[in-house]
Write a protein that binds this ligand. Structure first.
Ligand SMILES: O=C(O)CCC(=O)C(=O)O
Ligand SMILES: [Fe+2]
Length: 339
């Protein structure tokens, strides 16, 4: 349970090795983020997600538009947001890169796959579950995730919480099926050595939380009445480290086709287009066992009547009916499924 402990503000103090995270207030320029917020929400407004007559920057969501990763209607709007030049450019800002290069002592590069989370209110069963990033983003354990809300993010809006010191398990823990972003969940209680020290804060615009790929973390539920939670989570690696192949692609492009050429179509500058190519980063095949195991678990759980697993399988049937997983999911939940 959340003990109400607060993230320590790092200032210049390097605590990564002890705590498994660093937290900086106002690392990013708040004005730049607020401009990005307006741009992103203007796209969401055009996609029908916001209450008519409200200012897009307030992020007031229409209940009927609720969707999440895995839903085709989420990907449709998300991929429009994903085309924004400013959304990609912010991952290259010097404040972050200089800091990460001081931490690692070598040149760092943002991975091509940038991520935004556009989280609807009161859709709490889809909250990002407890996990280690390695199962999703792979590459090396030293990759650093930078999570920043795009706008203020008080606890009730569902910011990130980290389990202090959890990176010291020094291995990838067993993850199991869960609803919520990534579909994978780890139970820290199953690993006795982990202290129950969850830490979070009321984030303000510009704040950034940084952690390596083994640190256990989760999102808090967005329990606000009607506000979208918008955040960025980008990953950085040493220029010489290998990258998992899927991180070279736009996020959620496996759910709905989206190429870098599509992403770049309306950009006014090519400075950050295909910026990783000259570095010839070694590419590793994607490790598929984590998600394959979660799918198997979802099938077993759905067969024994688990509603969350059934919901997960229905999404797959809707999204991808002719794939191997889609057919197997349909054999459990049927083909005629309501979104
Ligand atoms: O923002 C979220 O809900 C998930 C973010 C996350 O897990 C991450 O940044 O690694
Ligand atoms: Fe994560």
């Amino acid at each position: 349970m959340m003990r109400g402990t607060t993230l320590k503000n790092c200032g210049g103090d390097w605590r990564l090795a002890d705590d498994g995270y660093l937290f900086f207030r106002r690392l990013l320029d708040p004005l730049r983020l607020l401009n990005l917020r307006r741009e992103m929400l203007t796209v969401m407004h055009a996609g029908g997600w916001l209450v008519e007559g409200t200012d897009p920057v307030d992020g007031i969501a229409k209940a009927a538009a609720r969707s999440t990763e895995g839903d085709p209607e989420y990907t449709d709007v998300y991929h429009q947001v994903y085309r924004l030049q400013s959304f990609h450019e912010i991952a290259h800002c010097r404040e972050v890169l200089d800091l990460l290069e001081r931490i690692r002592g070598v040149p760092m590069i943002p991975q091509p796959q940038k991520i935004a989370r556009l989280w609807f209110p009161k859709f709490t069963e889809h909250t990002t579950p407890i996990h280690q990033d390695f199962v999703h983003f792979q590459g090396t354990w030293d990759n650093l995730t930078c999570w920043s809300p795009v706008g203020d993010c008080p606890r009730e809006l569902g910011g990130l919480a980290v389990l202090r010191g959890s990176h010291q398990v020094n291995r990838v823990l067993d993850h199991h099926f869960s609803l919520g972003a990534g579909s994978l969940h780890v139970d820290p209680a199953a690993h006795g050595e982990l202290a129950d020290e969850w830490q979070t804060t009321d984030y303000e615009v510009g704040d950034t939380l940084i952690f390596p790929a083994l640190t256990i973390h989760k999102a808090l539920p967005n329990v606000t009445e009607d506000r979208l939670r918008i955040s960025l989570d980008n990953r950085y690696q040493r220029v010489g480290d290998p990258i998992a192949e899927h991180m070279l692609n736009p996020h959620l492009s496996s759910m709905s086709k989206l190429s870098w050429a599509d992403v770049y179509a309306d950009w006014s500058s090519d400075e950050f287009q295909y910026y990783w190519k000259p570095h010839n980063i070694p590419v590793l095949p994607k490790i598929t066992k984590y998600l394959e195991q979660a799918f198997e678990e979802a099938i077993q759980l759905a067969r024994s009547g688990d509603e969350r697993a059934k919901l997960h399988l229905r999404r797959i049937v809707l999204r991808d009916p002719d794939s191997t997983q889609g057919k197997m999911a349909a054999s459990v939940v049927g083909r005629q499924v309501q979104p």
